[in-house]
Structures are given as structure tokens and as C-alpha cells.
Design a protein around this ligand. Structure first.
Ligand code: NAP
Ligand code: MG
Length: 455
């Protein structure tokens, strides 16, 4: 097996080497998971719940170590990384409640008793990206295990370290051998093998829309269940009647959080034309004040991009003649830095406004009416997230209902909560993660009829 050299994006130095898995390792992991499944699905619900709680506790015990690993490997601020690992813990705790509650229905019928069950699928393949490595993994691993499945998890090659730790921690916490398996290797090899593998019942994928399209097509060959969490180009709609100070204070981190490498990034800031000057004036100090630098410094708000390739891809959208209205800071020297950048005014069909940049670039787009705002917000192939800023409650709800998106917040830039469903409309994905909804995607429905009056 060759080695993956894991790079620290703030220093461009190799921070670890791990064996690179290939198709053989995937096959071996699937075989382990398949062998572990009959015993795992038979674990008593209360015991499965306890194992998930023990796993959460074991993560708490190593939270600082995992957060530091994630901060260094993904280049994210340590404060953010602590929050993300905290969410991993909450996700395992939330789904630990499921095994003893995952009831379904009893439907009254003639001649007997009818029962409907939610059964685990078997071996599930989980493919995750590099932007929130362990957090997104936990959104899949926790409901998958709670529902009684065995897991093969494939982290992104750029960020395999916390997933590999999770595999060890799970064993130490008492999870049976073979229930949670991690294969770190390239998507085109390991990911693809999972998608093709006849013993894998489902693929849960988070990543780009382009790769997701290929996964949906590949999974069709074996009629695998598929859930997809894909790209986004979400709108942050600011009406003139909003608290403009609050909207302008929140807008930067709604795009520049995680250096813009966030599928929920509100990278299209739609501003009512009459409020444009005031909004931009308030936005400028907020963007210029973002602390960009060493991920391990507590005060840091934005780190580097994940790789040189990602930085080049972002830079492509900011050519020399781009309408740069505000530019924040970025350190010199090693590291894949790119300053927080606001383009204004931009038209919704400009390339920078139409395509997911996945970096710290925001487009400010003027609009003239509520109808115009909704039209612009919806003129995209994506539909993942978004925000609405207004002082008019009725308008807020009208617009929230009219925007084609899976998640939207009013006078807030939050997108995810462990207990509520998260996922995309349109080409942002299929299915939902988090909340009770995720469990449906890790189970199949079985109906059992027991004749009580003859047959
Ligand atoms: P990506 O290139 O699509 O990769 C995602 C994962 O898929 C990685 O583990 C990758 O492996 C693997 N992969 C690549 N090619 C594959 C193939 N042919 N078959 C099976 N698996 C394959 O995405 P990314 O560049 O890591 O992440 C950025 C994208 O993810 C953005 O578009 C973003 O919007 C999206 N995203 C969406 C959400 C959401 O919840 N909706 C959350 C986060 C990110 P390797 O990288 O190891 O090759
Ligand atoms: Mg990629």
C-alpha cells in the first residue's frame, strides 16, 4: 500500500502519513461489515443506545486532541473545530436515543394484526468531504449505527485523520469489531468501489454535485439507496426594513466561515437597492476586521483554504478586472491563503454569482422588490440554505416559503441543528440528514401481517 501524505494547509508541510487504501481494502472492509451485521442488528436496543453514548463520552474525553487534529488538517480555526467536535458528540448522543424509540406503525386491517417495521439496510457506504470532516461523518455514522447498520466510511484523502481516530475510539468504547470501518483512499478508487459493491446496500454521500451525479448513476446498477448532500449557492436576502447593522455584522461569517468552504455559504448577498449603500458601508469594517491566520490561535476566525488547487480555483473567480468592493486580509508566506473578498455589484448570472466557488468570495446583488428577491434567490440550480433579513414577520415567512431551499433562517445565519432536518432542494441533493428524518434513510420499511382469523 502506498502512503497518503497528509498536508497541513496553513504551513504546506506534511503532518502525517497514513496507508492509502485501494479497492482490496474496501472489499475487506465491506466483508468485515457484512460479517458483523447479523450480531449488530441483534444487539438489544438499550445496549446499542448505551454503546453510542459510550462512544460519545469517549469522543468527549479526546475532544481537544480531535479538535486540534481537525484544525491542523483542515486549516480551520481551533474555536470552530472545538464546536464541530462538540457537534459530533451531540450527534451520537441524539441518535443514541433512537434504538429504543425507532417505532413504526400498526395499521388496523381485517382478519389479523398488521405491523410495520423499520429494518436496517445492512452494510452502508458513507463518503464524506474535507470541509467538515468528522462532523459530516458523524451525521451519517450515528443514524446508520443507531438503526442497526454496519458502516464503511470513506473520508476525503485530504483529511483522513479524525475518521481514522474515530475508528479506534469506537473499538475502545466497546463497539464490536467490524461495525465501523474506515478506508482512507482516493474517491475514484475507494469511493467508486463502494458505489459498485454488490454487498453495499446504500451510499450516503456529501460532496460536489458533479461527483454526486456520478454516484447516483453508479448506484443505479445495483439499485442502492442513495442520499446526496451536494453543493450550494445560497442567498442571503437583505430587505431595506431589516436591522442593517445586524445583517451586515452576520453576513461576512455566513460566507467566510470555514474560509467559504461551506456548502451552506450564503455567497449571494441579495440587497434591496435602496439599502445598498448603507449595507456596504456597514459590511466593509466587518469584512476587513475578520482575523485571518494561524488556525491554532484562539482569536483566528478564518484559516487557509484546503489546498493550492482550491486556492487557484477560487482565484479564477476574482480576475484583475473583477468588481472587488471589499477585500480583507491574508497572511503572506506558506499556506493556501485567500483574503475574504466581496464583489459588488454583481449580476445574478455572472459566473461568480452562478457557480459554487467554495472559497471566501461573496457576490452582492441588488434587487428592487420582494418578487424580484424571490426570483433571484431561485435562479440557481442549487437549493440548500439561505437567510432572510427583514423587520416584517409576514414578509419573512412569505419569502421563506417561496424560496426553493432545504433550510432557511430568518434574521440569522445558522443552518444546522442536530435535532432538525438538513438537506437540499434541486441539485443540492436528495434526502435529509440530522433530526429524526435521517433515520428513514438508513432503514427499509417492512410490513408483517399475522392472520388471527383463518388465513
Ligand atoms: P468531492 O470532490 O465531490 O468529494 C467528496 C468525496 O467524494 C470525497 O471523499 C472524495 O474522495 C469522494 N469522491 C471523489 N470522486 C469520487 C468518485 N468518483 N466516486 C466516489 N467517491 C468519490 O467534494 P469535495 O471537493 O471534497 O467537497 C466540496 C463539495 O462538497 C462542494 O461542492 C460542497 O458544496 C459539497 N459539500 C456539500 C455539503 C452538504 O451537506 N450539502 C457539505 C459539505 C460539502 P477524495 O477526495 O478522497 O478523492
Ligand atoms: Mg474534490
Amino acid at each position: 500500500m502506498s502512503a497518503i501524505e497528509v498536508i497541513e494547509p496553513a504551513t504546506e508541510r506534511v503532518m502525517a502519513e497514513v496507508p492509502r487504501a485501494g479497492a482490496e481494502e474496501v472489499d475487506a472492509a465491506v466483508a468485515r461489515a457484512k460479517a458483523a451485521f447479523p450480531a449488530w442488528r441483534a444487539v438489544a436496543p438499550a445496549d446499542r443506545a448505551r454503546l453510542l453514548r459510550d462512544l460519545a463520552d469517549a469522543i468527549v474525553a479526546r475532544l481537544e486532541e480531535l479538535a486540534t487534529l481537525e484544525a491542523r488538517n483542515a486549516g480551520k480555526p481551533i474555536g470552530d473545530a472545538r464546536g464541530e467536535i462538540g457537534m459530533v458528540v451531540e450527534t451520537f448522543r441524539f441518535y443514541a436515543g433512537a434504538p429504543e424509540r425507532l417505532l413504526w406503525q400498526t395499521i388496523p386491517v381485517a382478519g389479523g394484526v398488521d405491523m410495520t417495521f423499520r429494518e436496517p439496510l445492512g452494510v452502508v457506504g458513507l463518503i464524506v468531504p474535507w470541509n467538515f470532516p468528522l462532523t459530516i461523518a458523524s451525521w451519517k455514522v450515528a443514524p446508520a449505527l443507531a438503526a442497526g447498520n454496519c458502516v464503511v466510511l470513506k473520508p476525503a484523502e485530504l483529511t483522513p485523520l479524525t475518521a481514522l481516530e474515530l475508528e479506534k475510539i469506537a473499538l475502545e468504547a466497546g463497539l464490536p469489531e467490524g461495525v465501523l470501518n474506515v478506508v482512507a483512499g482516493p474517491g475514484s478508487v475507494c469511493g467508486q468501489r463502494l458505489v459498485e459493491h454488490p454487498d453495499v446496500a446504500k451510499i450516503a454521500f456529501t460532496g460536489s454535485t458533479e461527483v454526486g451525479r456520478g454516484i447516483a448513476a453508479g448506484a443505479a446498477q445495483t439499485i442502492k439507496r442513495v442520499t446526496l448532500e451536494l453543493g450550494g449557492k445560497s442567498a442571503n436576502v437583505v430587505f431595506a426594513d431589516a436591522d442593517l447593522e445586524a445583517a451586515a455584522a452576520a453576513a461576512p461569517m455566513a460566507v467566510f466561515g470555514n474560509a467559504g468552504q461551506d456548502c451552506c455559504a450564503r455567497s449571494r448577498i441579495l440587497v434591496e437597492r435602496s439599502a445598498m449603500d448603507g449595507f456596504l458601508a456597514a459590511l466593509q469594517p466587518a469584512v476587513e476586521g475578520i482575523a485571518v491566520g494561524d488556525p491554532l490561535e484562539d482569536a483566528t476566525q478564518m484559516g487557509p483554504l484546503i489546498s493550492a488547487g482550491q486556492r487557484d480555483a477560487v482565484a479564477f473567480y476574482v480576475p484583475d478586472d473583477a468588481p472587488v468592493a471589499i477585500r480583507g486580509s491574508a497572511p503572506d508566506g506558506p499556506g493556501y491563503w485567500f483574503p475574504p473578498t466581496v464583489l459588488a455589484p454583481v449580476s445574478n448570472d455572472d459566473r461568480a454569482a452562478a457557480e459554487e466557488i467554495f472559497g471566501p468570495v461573496a457576490c452582492v446583488i441588488p434587487f428592487d422588490s420582494e418578487e424580484d428577491a424571490v426570483r433571484l434567490a431561485n435562479e440557481t440550480i442549487y437549493g440548500l440554505s439561505g437567510s432572510i433579513w427583514t423587520g416584517d414577520g409576514a414578509r419573512a415567512l412569505r419569502v421563506a416559503r417561496a424560496i426553493d431551499t432545504g433550510v432557511i433562517s430568518i434574521n440569522s445565519n445558522t443552518s444546522v441543528r442536530v435535532s432538525t432536518p438538513f438537506g437540499g432542494f434541486k441539485q443540492s441533493g436528495v434526502g435529509r440528514e440530522l433530526g429524526p428524518d435521517a433515520l428513514e434513510h438508513y432503514t427499509d420499511v417492512k410490513n408483517v401481517y399475522y392472520a388471527t382469523e383463518g388465513s
